[in-house]
Design a protein around this ligand. Sequence first.
Ligand SMILES: Nc1ncnc2c1ncn2[C@@H]1O[C@H](COP(=O)(O)OP(=O)(O)O)[C@@H](O)[C@H]1O
Ligand code: SF4
Ligand SMILES: [Mg+2]
Length: 324
Amino acid sequence: MAVIDIRNLEVGFDTPEGKVQAVNGINLSVDRGECIGIVGESGSGKSQTFMAAMGLLARNGTARGEILFQGEQILGLGSRALNRIRGNAMSMIFQDPMTALTPHLRIGDQLTEVLTTHKGLGKRAAAARAVAMLEQVRIPEPARRMRQYPHELSGGMRQRVMIAMALLCEPELLIADEPTTALDVTVQAQVLSLMRDLKDRLNTALVLITHDLGVVAGLADRVMVMYAGLVVEEGPVETIFTDPRHPYTQGLLNSMPRIDRAGEERLTAIPGQPPNLQRLPSGCAFRPRCAYAFERCEQERPELEDIAPGRRKACHRERLEAVS
Ligand SMILES: Nc1ncnc2c1ncn2[C@@H]1O[C@H](COP(=O)(O)OP(=O)(O)O)[C@@H](O)[C@H]1O
Ligand code: SF4
Ligand SMILES: [Mg+2]
């Protein structure tokens, strides 16, 4: 059984200007010990997909579809039932560490609370385990850090505290939303290797949300590329890098620096802007930015279809050869 199984998920927001459809029918499942990378530019619906799973949508948001966590439908559960799962069997690392940390509580109290509420540990045992976890996330002087407040730590340290907190309960599913975006390159690599360690050691199912394909390269098994609330391509991580089949995936790759291609080609940004979700173009949402667009793309929205074992894409073009 998959740890999480998301079926036909739709997330919409009511706004004064009308409905914003942020997630438009997503299917996704993640097994134990598997890491799936979710990539796409800002605004493509990555975070809201998992905010819906956590039951943390903004008040103006509604979700439809199914979200099965270890076989149990959790979409629409009340906060009391969700609190049994959240921060326990299912944890999320948010893009901004301050979302997860309470400013007026010492680091130690926040970390141990996770263990006393969810794991029934006594205070002393919880503190010992928290210090050990801070060590595991390579925070120097963990005992001293326990007595500090979030604002006394650097951004990188706070991020690691949040990672420590998310992992303390040894969740079945860890959702990491842009976990390294705010960190410098060295700390970034350190945090990613930590997440890899923990996935391998505890067999945690991992969802890695990022706008940066470089981040998924070393960690994800499978990659799902999102655009305008839709999945446009999906496949094993190697194929996404060596043989992208969707023009958007290709665009993301061409705009990203790659060590294996240093000096070979210039970086090219994807032309245009991410779409306005309230005014999506007819047919394929990527059409205004796509060098391969043809008539059919204007008339018909491409469905996500199997193109090879384990690979799917939503594009009317079978092959992406140069267009003259
Ligand atoms: N509370 C909200 N009200 C209206 N629109 C929202 C709200 N929250 C998110 N959105 C919209 O949902 C879209 C997808 O957001 P998100 O999932 O956060 O994107 P990503 O994580 O891929 O950058 C964005 O265009 C955003 O404007
Ligand atoms: S369906 Fe058409 S517009 Fe959309 S990505 Fe494919 S070729 Fe481009
Ligand atoms: Mg996001």
